[in-house]
Design a protein around this ligand. Structure first.
Ligand SMILES: [Zn+2]
Length: 297
């Protein structure tokens, strides 16, 4: 997935940290650590290494002088988005905004309100508590913001190679999927304390994967699309990313027993199929894991 040269990336900026304040742990949270582990294992690593190589949060808060617009002054063109992780996250978020601004009202009759996006390095405060690379990317419902750690993306790059940019966009679209669920009023149904393959936690995660696929369906369409035409190979790579982070795959590859009763994100096959269901149809009703039946066809 590549940004289109000359496409209009507007002046909207992410925050580079600071975030809100609060004490809650994120619910319906990210695919972060799991994704990292999944990708890493996919590439033949083992968990011992990953623990050692995990970034250590340095506890340094990004100061006000570093936050705000200037931190992203280098993110201006498609080429910047294709080159720098933070620009890629910011532009991917703009692409996701663009798709949902049209699709959410059209398909669900709900006005789209853009989530906050915080791109930080190593550690920051969120409305859901302290965030770090160990947390992985996540969505915080309390301040309706998605958080992305560039140190985490450095690791993805090391492990994911050429697929890293695509995995990053998949992550952005997945976390924004949780924001859509917040706007729909369903995100709070997810409870990681009640796991299991048929749990609401899994249904919410699979729907976020499907919403990520739905974004990809529209992201390269129309004259003002921000992405170049998505290739079959890129779709295959995205599906493989989704598959890599399936609970069964992670459990199997980490040498543990596969225990569906402990799942919070869904099986590899279900995650892959969910992404494809959204990608192939572009329809929220194909992502209706909660069986609500409220979407326009
Ligand atoms: Zn998630």
């Amino acid at each position: 997935m590549t940004f289109k040269s000359g496409a209009n990336f507007d002046g909207k900026r992410a925050s580079s940290g600071g975030g809100g304040r609060g004490g809650m742990i994120a619910t319906g949270g990210g695919i972060g650590s799991l994704l990292l582990i999944g990708l890493y294992l996919l590439l033949g690593g083992d968990l011992g290494d990953i623990t050692e190589s995990s970034p250590q949060p340095d506890q340094t808060q990004v100061g006000p002088e570093e936050s705000g617009e200037d931190a992203f002054a280098h993110c201006q063109t498609a080429e910047d988005g294709n080159k720098y992780d933070d620009c890629r996250v910011m532009f991917a978020a703009q692409s996701v905004d663009k798709v949902w601004a049209q699709q959410l009202p059209d398909q669900a009759g709900i006005e789209y309100v853009e989530p906050g996006r915080v791109i930080f390095n190593n550690t920051t405060m969120s409305g859901c508590g302290q965030a770090s690379g160990a947390t992985g990317p996540f969505y915080c419902p309390a301040d309706e913001s998605a958080y992305f750690d560039t140190a985490f993306f450095d690791q993805l790059r090391n492990f994911g190679g050429d697929n890293a940019p695509l995995a990053q966009m998949y992550i952005v679209a997945h976390e924004f999927g949780h924001h859509i669920q917040k706007l729909e009023g369903t995100l709070s149904l997810s409870n990681y304390n009640e796991p299991g393959e048929d749990s609401n936690a899994v249904k919410i995660e699979l729907q976020a994967d499907c919403y990520a696929g739905l974004w990809a369906h529209y992201a390269d369409k129309g004259e003002d699309a921000l992405l170049e035409t998505i290739t079959e190979q890129q779709v295959t790579d995205a599906v493989n990313t989704a598959r890599a982070v399936g609970d069964d795959n992670i459990q199997r590859r980490s040498g543990g027993e596969v225990r569906p009763d402990t799942w919070t994100h869904g099986s590899s096959e279900d995650r892959a199929q969910s992404f494809l269901a959204g990608y192939n149809s572009g329809k929220m009703e194909q992502c209706d894991t909660l069986g609500r039946g409220v979407y326009k066809s």
